[in-house]
Design a protein around this ligand. Structure first.
Ligand code: NCD
Length: 336
């Protein structure tokens, strides 16, 4: 396996378990900036492995990983499954629709059941904010948050940061410092927005968020991001534009007049993208609603859209997280 860790900031991270002292990964809000950077650095070897024809490591051989998804998912579930398998672990997926949750089992009882099966890591997606922390506090193994309600989606933010770092380096820029990023969409309901705001500001980027008034949380300015309702103004000078889906499933009542009007005011069209910096990068965590928050000619723009690259980096980030969080269990020197 080739390693791309030549740029590794040797000595910048605390050694061994101090580099990442957490048992679980529940939110970016629980991490220090150097811990975020450590995961990004660890992911580089997996980016390299995933680009080889033979994409297999035995690092987690003999370990069992349970992906417990209480909410729908395509890329996140697949990404965690591929990540675990590429590391040699036994990976099993539990879909809530086919589980005893449908028979009235409580979340705690489900957690106790998963725990009794002696999983070595549990990856959880759940519709309620805080559910992942609740389970993490009840089980004996590391727990990774694959999205909990409107709260956090930490691996998405980490993969977005890794994607951006690769794109910036390809343009000869090393750091996030001062990078002007505009996130537009359903900020209120988006765990991706929340995790990204925490992650990207920690890395030094200058963040703007843009949404209709009803979809912007109150007090957003207090967390160090600039809030906009006018998308054209929010795009001025942007070097990165991250678009988000309307999370209709989390809306009770009417938050926007219509999809047509939303597109008119907040959709990223080629014309609108021209208001940002000339070479501005485009991101979207998926799933996309083409023709609503983003037009196809922008989503598929060669050299500018990072959307498929985000999916690629997702597998590497999840491999890094699974590796780092299971080091204690595996008795890795300095971590056990
Ligand atoms: C996001 C999610 O589930 O929070 N998708 C993802 O994980 N890639 C965003 C969304 O559902 O809109």
């Amino acid at each position: 396996m080739t390693s791309t860790r030549t740029s590794s900031p040797a000595g910048r991270f605390p050694a061994g378990a101090l580099a990442f002292p957490h048992r679980d990964l529940v939110g970016i809000g629980e991490l220090q900036t150097h811990e975020i950077l450590y995961i990004l650095e660890e992911a580089e070897q997996w980016v390299a492995l995933n680009r080889q024809p033979h994409k297999h490591s035995d690092l987690l051989s003999g370990l069992t990983i349970i992906n417990a998804f209480f909410e729908n998912s395509t890329r996140t579930l697949l990404s965690f499954e591929i990540a675990g398998k590429r590391l040699g672990a036994d990976v099993v997926n539990m879909h809530a629709a086919q589980s005893s949750v449908k028979k009235g089992e409580t979340l705690i009882d489900t957690a106790m059941t998963l725990n009794a099966m002696r999983a070595d890591a549990i990856v959880i997606r759940h519709g309620s904010s805080g559910a992942v922390r609740l389970i993490a506090n009840r089980v004996d193994c590391p727990v990774l948050n694959a999205g909990d309600g409107q709260h956090e989606h930490p691996t998405q933010a980490l993969l977005d940061a890794l994607t951006l770092r690769h794109a910036l380096r390809a343009r000869g820029r090393e750091e996030f410092n001062g990078l002007r990023i505009t996130i537009c969409g359903d900020i209120l309901h988006s765990r991706v927005a929340r995790s990204n705001m925490l992650c990207l500001t920690a890395l030094g980027a200058k963040l703007r968020v843009c949404a209709p008034p009803a979809l912007l949380p109150a007090g957003i300015g207090e967390i160090g991001v600039e809030a906009f309702h006018d998308f054209d103004a929010a795009l001025d000078g942007a070097e990165v534009v991250m678009m988000l889906r309307l999370q209709n499933e989390r809306m009770s009542g009417q938050f926007i007049p219509s999809a047509r009007e939303y597109r008119h005011l907040y959709g990223l069209t080629a014309k609108r993208l021209a208001l940002a910096e000339p070479d501005a990068l485009v991101m979207h965590p998926g799933p996309m609603n083409r023709g609503v928050e983003i037009d196809s000619d922008v989503a598929d723009l060669p050299g500018r859209s990072l959307i498929t690259r985000q999916v690629e980096m997702g597998v590497a980030i999840r491999m890094a997280c699974l590796d780092v969080l299971t080091r204690r269990t595996r008795g890795v020197e300095g971590w056990a």
